[in-house]
Design a protein around this ligand. Sequence first.
Ligand code: RP5
Length: 171
Amino acid sequence: MTDSKAATDAQPLVGIVMGSRSDWETMQHAAAKLEALGVPHEVRVVSAHRTPDVLFDYAATARSRGLRAIIAGAGGAAHLPGMLAAKTPVPVLGVPVQSKALNGMDSLLSIVQMPAGIPVATFAIGNAGAANAALFAAAMLAPTHPPIGEALDAFRRKQTDDVAGNDDPRQ
Ligand code: RP5
């Protein structure tokens, strides 16, 4: 079994959810990082306004199903991360998807400006935010899941080595 298949087949520790299939172009970067680090995860479309009952059910069962973090991406009036956080104690990592009308500023402000009491950890707009949310989820899991911590350490070492070994921008 490949690492990638193992990461998706095992009991998921991280849920990646998004408001629309159109968000996958962004959220695939979260899935790719989790796969690369061997973090068991699931991927679902869950819309706060189109499928609110599915959202409630997903949030209500998240902890008992073993999820330890939920990465939630949405664009525009992006209520998905905040609504999930309101309904589950599982930490929610919000990814603002870059919207066409406002370049994702609407998504960012919708997700980041949670009133005190229900936190959503908010990441950068777009692909970088999706990738970093996955790396953050892996860091959360590392103390209790040593193989994930080792994979994260190795990723960071390689990233450093790649820059250090290629530091002349003219080449
Ligand atoms: C949000 O509306 C989704 O998260 C998506 O970013 C945005 C547009 O959705 P579609 O019209 O592409 O389905 O709910």
